[in-house]
Design a protein around this ligand. Structure first.
Ligand code: ADP
Length: 303
């Protein structure tokens, strides 16, 4: 049965949403595009407001759950060797954690592997930079999520001068060939760069500072990084220019409106999974014969 995004009854008549394939086209970053010119408050492919976006995302999440279950079932029973990897990057407060919580958190935990990449520990630091990434790749049938990723081995390393340019400059190519190899092996990679405006980031940082229940999310280095906004913009531009390939493009997600970025990422995941054309796997048994056997076991419970 071919699954398409269900209709969204709560959506107002005048709200339009682009199909998953159209969203992928709208958000795909082409090398040379100007990252700093992207409107972070825009909602490409969605004409409605917050409540419409949330309603639409809820409906889409059901479809995504169904697709995830098909992927899991086919890998576990049908021997399918495929998985999906969602890579999340973006400035502090761009909403990576919210995507993990609200998008990925709505899926069955059986089929999801979430990995957050912080400052490498002693062992990780003593290994080639892709060592810890390799260990976190999703098993067949799973959706893996990277909350930060191997791109920090360029971005953080460059911005904090942890290694000389001769080291991190080689990593663009290393990453491109690493990702090509993973795609060839069966991992569908969806790379999302969430982008917020400086004004929106200020609001979110202030909120983290004013609310005790948000203090755990705040790190004083976030302010240092914010002070170097333009340098970071250049670092992101270089990553996007050099690693948005035909096979594994970057999607730049306007993230001033959280509901939009979540809606868009759900659509991008649906787009990837729909391309797999997953039917339910056939069991290795005869259902009619098994039903008969089940019936026979029921006899013992009859009076
Ligand atoms: P987040 O900011 O994503 O909520 P943390 O507060 O734990 O999570 O911050 C993770 C930090 O680890 C970030 O500042 C990031 O730049 C840093 N980091 C991640 N990967 C690397 C790396 N490979 N090398 C150096 N720093 C890294």
């Amino acid at each position: 049965m071919e699954l398409q995004p269900a209709e969204t009854p709560p959506l107002a008549d005048n709200v339009d949403q682009a199909s998953p394939a159209e969203v992928a086209e709208l958000l795909r970053f082409a090398p040379g595009d100007d990252f700093s010119a992207i409107d972070t408050a825009a909602t490409p492919g969605f004409s409605g407001e917050k409540q419409d976006g949330r309603a639409a995302q809820q409906v889409d999440t059901e479809l995504l759950s169904d697709l995830q279950e098909r992927l899991y079932a086919n890998a576990n029973v049908g021997g399918l060797r495929k998985s999906v990897l969602l890579v999340l990057q973006g400035r502090d407060t761009a909403g990576k954690g919210g995507v993990v919580k609200h998008v990925v958190g709505a899926l069955s935990p059986h089929g999801v592997q979430v990995s957050a990449f912080g400052v490498p520990n002693a062992e990780e630091a003593s290994r080639p930079f892709l060592w810890r990434i390799n260990r976190a790749l999703p098993r067949w049938g799973n959706i893996g999520v990277f909350d930060r990723s191997h791109y920090e081995d360029i971005l953080a390393v460059r911005m904090h001068e942890l290694e000389p340019p001769s080291v991190w400059l080689d990593r663009y190519e290393d990453i491109n060939s690493f990702e090509d190899t993973q795609v060839d092996s069966g991992i569908h990679i969806v790379k999302c760069m969430l982008t917020v405006s400086p004004e929106e980031q200020a609001k979110r940082l202030e909120n983290r500072l004013r609310r005790v229940d948000k203090h755990w999310k705040f790190n004083p280095t976030d302010i240092d990084d914010r002070a170097r906004w333009a340098d970071y913009t250049q670092a992101y531009q270089d990553v996007l220019d050099r690693t948005s390939t035909d096979l594994v493009p970057w999607y730049v997600i306007p993230a001033d409106r959280k509901w939009y970025s979540r809606w868009a990422i759900v659509r991008l995941l649906i787009h990837q999974l729909q391309q797999l054309n997953l039917d339910w796997p056939l069991g290795h048994f005869d259902p009619d014969a098994e039903l008969k056997r089940l019936e026979e076991t029921n006899r013992q419970f009859e009076d």
